[in-house]
Design a protein around this ligand. Sequence first.
Ligand SMILES: Cc1cc2nc3c(=O)[nH]c(=O)nc-3n(C[C@H](O)[C@H](O)[C@H](O)COP(=O)(O)OP(=O)(O)OC[C@H]3O[C@@H](n4cnc5c(N)ncnc54)[C@H](O)[C@@H]3O)c2cc1C
Length: 505
Amino acid sequence: MVDVCIVGGGLAGLMLAKNLSSTLNVVIISDSFTKGNSWLAQGGIAAPLGESDAPSFHLQDTLLVGSKHVDGLAAKEIIEDGERLVRSLVNDGFPVDLTSDGDLALGKEAAHSHHRVLHAGGDRTGKFWMKKATTATQSVKRMIASAHSLVMEDGTCKGVRIVTEQHQVKTLYATTVVLATGGIGELFGVTSNSSAAKGTGLSLAYHAGARLTDLEFIQFHPTIAVDKQGTKGLVTEALRGAGAIFTDQEGTPLAINPLGPRDVTARLIDYHWRNQLPVFLDRTQVEKFSERFPTAKQVFKDQQRIAVRPGVHFHMGGIQTDLGGRTSIPGLYALGEVACTGLHGGNRLASNSLLECIVMGYRVAEDIQSTSAPMTGIRESKLPEPPTEIRNKDFSQESLVHYCGILRDESSETYANSLPLQQWDLANVPVHTIDLLHRYTTSSLLAQSISLRKESRGAHFRIDFPSTQDEWNHKVIVHEGNQKWIETRNSSQLKERVYYESIHH
Ligand SMILES: Cc1cc2nc3c(=O)[nH]c(=O)nc-3n(C[C@H](O)[C@H](O)[C@H](O)COP(=O)(O)OP(=O)(O)OC[C@H]3O[C@@H](n4cnc5c(N)ncnc54)[C@H](O)[C@@H]3O)c2cc1C
């Protein structure tokens, strides 16, 4: 029995581990400690540290990009905490690039009104921060294992069943379990994500009965480099901030704003490709390219321009949590990309996700350490075992791209109906089928949310409902066990409206 079991060894999991007291018995279980989206982060970490910047400007940018769907209070608190916590990590030796005067070199990315993106090693921020976070948490116990399912007793999370490297299922009991399993990109074929981003955390939480929300909001990165062999990796937005532009194959500029909001840019590029007009990213105007963008250099090699198309990049939705990272289930927390605090709303402002990992790592630790009363839940009725027929269903990467990709329509409803789902008892699911079951569950949840939101907002674009509808303002789609419903976001949403309206008057 341990005090805290963290599932997932990305930046979210490590930041939590770093902030937990050394008197607690903590273990991080992860199917990899060298893979995950955190290692791939390029642009950097958004924090309002520039002289002319302020948390209120950062908040305004977050709200605008979030398409009237951000939880205003969550965003305000995360950004305000971020200013303090990021500065303190930098003072503690977390790496950042500096200007020749020794000041923080703050980059500017799409839809940011100010220079506020800290970076390290040029475009290798994720790698540099993960290395430092790994060193800073080296005394914390680690285990390479994959989470199979959550152990539930009387509606309370009591631990995790894990699949060991020897393919055996073992039960690890813990006073507190924290899911930090990252994103969903691997479920789709075209993605910027690591192969570790399998969306398992959503399925683990769903079958335990936790609330999930905003699952329809998936951000597509506009510039995934492609060639005839497939995807070649993501090209950071920062390159466009430094002067790269969209062109056709011959280098003639296209009418696509290089610094427009991600979703609009991604749809425009997709539209060109659908009309057999390949889109290229041209780096000719970027000064000191090789020195400033070593990762992009590996993708471009010696070419001036490369073909780019949109792919799954970031999941705004996830396991619903409060600002202490608590889920709706006693004993279970979530943070990082698998969680949904409401910070990102309908679309994420670039570089706000590492910020969220850092701030929530601190906040979840505080919450766990200040919770003394044992949390008890409601006894649930006995759940059925999953049916074997799911093996015959179609939840291939191609289908996900087609029905849950960048352009959606009414066919998502038929697709969602073809993937029936209910809360199942996973305890006895054999090792060789558990991954399939998680993949099925998460695919079904995504399709259901996509089919339910009959409007377009942020990154969610419905061809059959192409405009944003006022009656959907502040409405969230929630899944909890066998129930799903649409509700108005809680009172913190009112704060957002005030900020949002003050920006527009
Ligand atoms: C190419 C790319 C560039 C990006 N650039 C930026 C950027 O510049 N700035 C920014 O803010 N954000 C960026 N993002 C987004 C950001 O990197 C992620 O949102 C963030 O790193 C997520 O951190 P995490 O710890 O939640 O997940 P991850 O870092 O993905 O870690 C999840 C961990 O969970 C483990 N895991 C998964 N499932 C299981 C399981 N069932 N059992 C056990 N372990 C499991 C994985 O192995 C992994 O270790 C980028 C993302 C990508 C893909």
